[in-house]
Design a protein around this ligand. Structure first.
Ligand SMILES: [Zn+2]
Length: 264
């Protein structure tokens, strides 16, 4: 057992006893942690609002070994997620971002930059940046940081570069990328997507991998948001990302059902 100090975003809280909560946080230095917060349900909680959903807080916890829950000893609020005051869609997008991180990460396995990506996403939603672009960038950043970025250019079955002059291209969520015309008939469960959808995904992914996170934070939203897209492309972007997320988390994420407005 050791006493550890870090920053983390609250992903989930569950009532544990009359007075306590089990809190799941995604932290900068320890990845996801699940800790008991004794007294957190009391009126005069020692944690005050530091354990509200999606708050960024500085925490001190006693790290237990094996499967045991950690013990949270201190939590101090740094930044609150405010999108409830902005609108329902940004609020749902924030919940979804938390659900994604919870579903795709393991306890005590740190992922470089992932907490910062989540914080940046929540800030963007709070300041009413486009939810559709904010969530797409979040999803791409998350799968990139976890090493699951799909192949947008090379066929996942044979490795050949695909021809992007075709109007529609096959994408296999299970295979993790695009399929060339030769390999497509041999595969199952692929989607047919417009080449413009593929271009958007490839361009955004390349932009995110190049850009420094700190610079990204300073960059005005207007320069980050590309042109308005056709409804078909917007719908396909969501379809691709939903399928990718379902495959990675091996279940349908609950909040996906609340993000229909991102397609419009
Ligand atoms: Zn192929």
């Amino acid at each position: 057992m050791s006493l550890e100090k870090t920053d983390g975003v609250v992903l989930k809280t569950v009532e544990w006893s009359e007075t306590s909560l089990i809190v799941t946080l995604f932290t900068r230095d320890f990845g996801k942690i699940s800790a008991i917060a004794k007294g957190a349900r009391r009126l005069k909680s020692p944690f005050e609002s530091a354990l509200d959903l999606l708050s960024l807080s500085s925490v001190v916890f006693l790290k237990k070994s094996g499967e045991s829950l950690d013990l949270l000893t201190e939590a101090k609020l740094q930044r609150r997620f405010r999108s409830a005051q902005v609108g329902l869609l940004p609020l749902y997008c924030g919940y979804y971002a938390g659900e994604v991180i919870n579903a795709l990460t393991e306890n005590h396995e740190p992922v470089a930059g992932l907490m910062e990506s989540l914080c940046m996403t929540l800030q963007e939603l709070d300041r009413q940046a486009s939810p559709a672009w904010t969530i797409l960038d979040f999803e791409l950043q998350t799968i990139q940081r976890l090493g699951h970025m799909p192949s947008w250019r090379w066929c996942v079955a044979c490795g050949e570069e695909i021809e992007t002059d075709r109007q529609s291209i096959a994408f296999s969520p299970l295979g993790g990328g695009v399929l060339c015309p030769n390999c497509t008939p041999t595969q199952r469960g692929y989607l047919r997507i417009d080449r413009q959808t593929l271009q958007v995904l490839e361009t955004r992914a390349a932009h995110l991998s190049r850009s420094d996170l700190a610079m990204e934070l300073c960059e005005p939203t207007a320069t980050r948001a590309p042109a308005i897209l056709a409804p078909k492309v917007r719908a396909e972007l969501r379809l691709v990302m939903e399928q990718v997320m379902v495959n990675l988390s091996e279940r349908r994420l609950r909040m996906l059902d609340f993000l229909g407005d991102l397609k419009r």
